[in-house]
Design a protein around this ligand. Structure first.
Ligand code: NAP
Length: 251
């Protein structure tokens, strides 16, 4: 009998996993996106878009659709949906497994400052005006308006609209992956002195971290949020192996 998988996505890994599972006769697969990006990347399986209405809403959706395995392949900073997934799995008795990329680890030469929040990152930039590269989501940029003395270069998937109300900001729109050489060029062309980023893990956005190390540029890294403790794997390949032995639903 075919088993039905719901993948909570919005990451390159979720898309890659869906690609591996598309056409696998053992499974039917649906991918769920929050609907944050205006033109999301094309996906290899059917997609649904938008929130479920909290953990209860997600549990109801799982039941209604007869989902037998829930995969949380959301971004490591998307903590609310991961908490909802854990709670919905409890409520519904449907097995949950998370695909979580390991965080990047500090290496010799890295000039990292780790902070707990975007507001702390703003403070860590200090009083002296600096040229700062911001690689955060559109929704997270507002706190930088409290420090209008810096020059900002902002990169996001969708345009930042309205733009930040600071006197000096430039904008790049681009979707990863971003290679080290291209990242080094951006850092040098814009005279960047500090980067503010999340510790996303994975290869697609590591280029800026490696380039900053080579160029001796400071990186202010926002620490990862706490995520619920659920069965987890780190790679798409490990997830495929887990699915080969996936447990049956409890109720
Ligand atoms: P979040 O704060 O954890 O979630 C906020 C709400 O958005 C959730 O409660 C849920 O609404 C809805 N939601 C989130 N992910 C969803 C999904 N895959 N499918 C359906 N609904 C979803 O999430 P976020 O940080 O805003 O991230 C939103 C999406 O962007 C996620 O899919 C994530 O993988 C992706 N993303 C996030 C980041 C990041 O840095 N946060 C980076 C890259 C990609 P309801 O409670 O109504 O169900």
């Amino acid at each position: 009998m075919q088993r039905s998988i719901l993948i909570l996505g919005g990451t390159a890994e979720a898309r890659a996993l869906a690609g591996k599972l598309a056409g696998d006769p053992r499974f039917t697969v649906e991918l769920s996106l929050a609907g944050r990006t205006r033109a999301p990347a094309e996906q290899p399986v059917p997609v649904r878009v938008g929130g479920f209405g909290g953990a209860e809403g997600l549990a109801a959706y799982l039941r209604q659709k007869g989902v037998s395995i829930l995969i949380d392949a959301t971004h490591p900073y998307a903590a609310r949906i991961s908490r909802n997934a854990a709670e919905a799995a409890e409520i519904s008795g449907i097995p949950l497994v998370a695909l979580r990329r390991p965080a990047w680890l500090w290496q010799p030469g890295d000039r990292w400052i780790e902070v707990d929040s975007v507001a702390d990152a703003v403070n860590a930039l200090g009083e002296v005006p600096r040229k700062v590269f911001l690689t955060l989501g559109r929704q997270e940029l507002l706190p930088f308006e409290a420090a209008p003395r810096h020059h900002y270069l902002v990169r996001s998937v969708d345009p930042v609209d309205p733009p930040l109300s600071v006197p000096n900001a430039a904008y790049l729109t681009a979707r990863g992956p971003f290679g080290q050489a291209d990242e080094a060029r951006i850092l040098q062309d814009h005279g960047i002195e500090a980067i503010v980023a999340k510790n996303s893990g994975g290869a697609a956005s590591y280029g800026k971290i490696a380039a900053a190390r080579d160029l001796g540029i400071e990186v202010i890294l926002i620490r990862r949020p706490d995520l619920p403790s659920v069965p987890s794997v780190e790679t798409v390949e490990e997830m495929l192996a887990w699915l080969d032995h996936a447990p049956a639903p409890l109720k």
